[in-house]
Design a protein around this ligand. Structure first.
Ligand SMILES: Cc1ncc(COP(=O)(O)O)c(C=O)c1O
Length: 405
């Protein structure tokens, strides 16, 4: 499916034309009519990385379509973590294959908390945190990020106090790096969070799905590598880095002080991931490094382009350059398009209100609506910039035109 459409032969973001992308049947491409430019859900407009495609093709050719063994995933993540992050905290003994990151989070919560217990999240944050935590019979307590969009110790301390008032075993669910702000937590920030969590007896589960997507200038710090984080859990996946959301598999990793908890993980959890999922994720972590580097270079260029386009065409809005991910969090509050109280649909990924609704209707650009990301999200939109530069230019042009710029 490659074409000469792109400007850079190695950049995965410049390989596919809009016409080619519109033949896709994934949620990003079927949710809206063809006149809408979809820059919402976290799927990338890239072809499959060749090592992943080759691994899957070989499996098809040899009829290797049985159950996953779970044997190779820890090995692949361990090698990637050692090479990219200088961290050797993943072993077959301290990890388990799970169906995907969200279900892995739910399983970790089941291991270390009880129904009714509080789960602290740093809002605004990935909307399914709300939906999955709630459907797992836990309660969300928000610890809003600071105005600088970074973790806020004062708000975390208040949330821990609230959580402990009503639950015996509260948990902090971290997003590292953070979706939707693209913030990469520093070691000093994580150390401060760990110290606070220990003081309050709060266990931590860290969602590290965006870790492979840390962009030049920032450094990813695995949560479990932080001193004092030994009784935590972390989740890894190739799903975001290599666009494998349709190929289900993820890895739940326990710190040394959580290995006994992991031993209680029900055996049936390992029945959820698919063999094709495990093979694809293993191929990505083992052999997808060069492809990932080309992607990161493309994303680095795109975040700068997007920031420039926004500064020029949408000057009332504010975009802080993301340090990771392909998601940009655009402050549209000064446009006056949102209403207070539009927080009924927190956690419902596809719900629209305020600026996202305006841009869909008037600009035919689909963005994620900030209000579903929890407190602090109303009046923002999240832009997925894992697309071609032509699409980014067209999206911002349409948005500015809709505002009569
Ligand atoms: C922070 C975060 N966690 C989890 C997921 C979903 O992962 P999975 O499909 O493996 O459950 C996403 C998807 O965008 C995400 O951004």
């Amino acid at each position: 499916m490659t074409s000469t459409h792109g400007t850079n032969r190695d950049n995965p973001l410049e390989q596919l034309s809009l016409e080619q992308l519109r033949t896709r049947t994934s949620t990003k491409w079927v949710a809206h009519p063809d006149d809408v430019l979809p820059l919402w859900v976290a799927e990338m407009d890239v072809p499959l990385a060749p090592p992943v495609a080759d691994r899957l093709r070989a499996a098809i050719d040899s009829g290797d379509t049985g159950y996953p063994s779970g044997r190779d995933y820890p090995r692949a993540v361990a090698a990637f973590a050692a090479q990219r992050w200088g961290w050797d905290g993943v072993t077959p003994e301290n990890s388990a294959i799970v169906p995907d990151v969200m279900l892995g989070i739910v399983e970790a919560l089941r291991l270390i908390s009880d129904p009714g217990d509080a789960v602290v999240v740093c809002s605004p944050v990935y909307p399914p945190f709300y939906a999955f935590v709630t459907s797992a019979d836990r309660r969300i307590v928000e610890a809003p990020l600071g105005d600088d969009r970074r973790l806020d110790l004062t708000s975390l301390e208040a949330a821990f106090t609230t959580a402990l008032d009503s639950s015996a075993r509260p948990v902090l669910l971290l997003c590292n790096p953070h979706n939707p702000t693209g913030v990469v937590h520093t070691r000093a920030e994580l150390e401060a969070v760990v110290a606070l969590a220990r003081r309050y007896g709060v266990r931590v589960v860290s969602d590290e799905i965006h870790a492979p997507l840390v962009l030049p200038g920032a450094e990813f710090v695995p949560f479990l590598s932080v001193t004092g984080a030994e009784d935590g859990f972390a989740l890894f996946s190739a799903s975001k880095g290599w666009n494998l959301a349709g190929l289900k598999a993820a890895l739940l990793v326990a710190g040394p002080g959580a290995v006994d908890d992991l031993a209680r993980l029900p055996e049936e959890v390992s029945h959820g991931p698919s063999h094709f999922g495990e093979m694809a994720h293993v191929a990505a972590f083992e052999e997808g490094g060069a492809w990932l580097d080309a992607l990161l270079a493309g994303l680095d260029a795109n975040r700068t382009l997007l920031a420039d386009l926004v500064a020029e065409a949408l000057p009332e809005t504010e975009l802080k350059l993301p340090e990771a991910t392909y998601l940009a969090w655009l402050d549209c509050r000064s446009l006056g398009l949102h209403e207070d109280g539009a927080d009924q649909s927190i956690g419902v990924v596809s719900d629209l209100s305020g600026p996202a609704q305006f841009f869909l209707e008037k600009a035919r650009v689909a963005l994620s609506s900030g209000h579903v990301f929890g407190s602090g999200g109303n009046g923002f939109v999240r832009i997925n910039y894992a697309t071609s530069q032509a699409n980014l230019r067209e999206a911002v042009r349409r948005m500015a035109a809709a505002l009569d710029r």
